[in-house]
Write a protein that binds this ligand. Structure first.
Ligand code: 13P
Ligand code: SF4
Length: 354
């Protein structure tokens, strides 16, 4: 990274001292992650955000929904700053509140809304989290989706169904591979179609109603590449994130959140071979940290998360220097009513066992 910008970021951070706390998601660029006080997956960052009540400013190097969650989980006087407001998430954008409300109305009309528990993945906007909070539901992340589903299925008795938002892959993978459900227990709900594209019988029979959303980065990994790599590299270990398609996850050896992937690679015996199916900034960092392993990326092409990558060193320097100069730019502030209900859904997650 540009030495001048590194020096400016270092100086600005030193000038701010304890007043600023920088959080960095594992998919952030190296040039940014070097300035993070803590790094983590979305679950760890949600907990860490609340861990520095004395910091006036939380600079969130990640994407918009994560900064919203940090705002909800921190004290009202703490300001959460997203260095580039264009750092959104295409998956979170796939579930809009109006669509989810229409879906709920359709479930009411089908006479089943009273047994449906809405669970939203962390990767959703604050108003979707608030919707879940209002309707006896909760938030989950890729680290605790199984525990959250167990909790959900205990909420409304025998016939409980879960509306899982917005990542169909995390929902399906968790239900089938962790909860022992069958693929037929899951239906996909396309918000653009009447009945989500399902017959009334399919809706009645479903246990998991999976929102038709996906991650544009993890959705790209394909089972063919796993076959190709296994043919080329003997004793290959394949490790993927649960946002990957079911066909990819079932071909992999290990599946888990970014934090899980990091722990596995850190503990891997020297000389072993690994294909990693998650975002490229993290895969490259892991490969650099473990030159004694043979690490390959599970995609034929380069694929970064373009919105995570929007937070670059120039944006971070700008945000930090603005704070030094007494300006507070790009504040992410969730409105009080949304915050109240979203916080209920987030707390239900944070109170889960484990
Ligand atoms: P985790 O941080 O929960 O592993 O999720 C990955 C992701 O896609 C974040 O945007
Ligand atoms: Fe969203 Fe996928 Fe990027 Fe994560 S990696 S921020 S889920 S688009």
């Amino acid at each position: 990274s540009d030495p001048d910008l590194v020096a400016r970021a270092t100086a600005a951070k030193a000038a701010l001292g304890e007043r600023v706390f920088v959080l960095g998601h594992h998919y952030q660029r190296d040039e940014v992650i070097q300035f993070a006080d803590v790094t983590g997956d979305s679950f760890k960052l949600a907990r860490d955000a609340a861990a520095r009540p004395e910091a006036e400013f939380i600079v969130f190097c990640g994407v918009h929904f994560m900064a919203e969650s940090a705002d909800i989980l921190t004290a009202p006087e703490q300001k959460v700053i997203l260095p580039d407001l264009a750092a959104g998430c295409s998956m979170a954008d796939m579930a809009r509140l109006a669509q989810v409300e229409d879906t709920w109305a359709a479930l009411e009309e089908a006479g089943i809304a009273d047994v449906v528990v809405p669970i939203t993945y962390m990767n959703s906007s604050a108003d979707i989290k608030a919707f879940c909070g209002k309707h006896d539901g909760a938030v989950c992340t890729s680290s605790n989706a199984d525990v959250a589903l167990e909790w959900a299925f205990a909420q409304k008795g025998e016939g409980t169904k879960v509306l899982f938002l917005p990542d169909q892959h995390l929902g399906r993978n968790t239900a089938v591979l962790k909860m022992g459900f069958s693929l037929e227990d899951c239906i996909v709900w396309d918000p653009r179609l009447p009945g989500g594209g399902n017959t009334p019988e399919q809706i009645q029979a479903a246990r998991m109603i999976l929102w038709k959303g996906h991650c544009s980065v993890h959705g790209r990994f394909s089972p063919d590449v796993i076959d190709e790599l296994r043919a080329k590299i003997p004793d290959l270990n394949v490790i993927v994130h649960p946002e990957c398609q079911y066909e990819v996850v079932t071909k992999a050896d290990l599946v888990g959140s970014t934090e899980f992937i990091i722990k596995q690679i850190e503990a891997a015996p020297a000389g072993t071979s690994w294909a990693i199916g998650t975002e490229l900034n993290l895969v490259k960092r892991l490969a650099e940290a473990r030159p004694d392993l043979n690490i390959v990326f599970l995609d034929r092409n380069v694929c970064y998360c373009s919105t995570m990558n929007r937070i670059d060193l120039p944006h971070l320097v700008w945000a930090l220097e603005s704070l030094v100069n007494g300006e507070v730019p790009n504040v992410i502030e969730v409105d009080p009513d949304t915050e109240h209900w979203a916080n209920i859904a987030l707390q239900r997650m944070l109170d889960l066992p484990g």
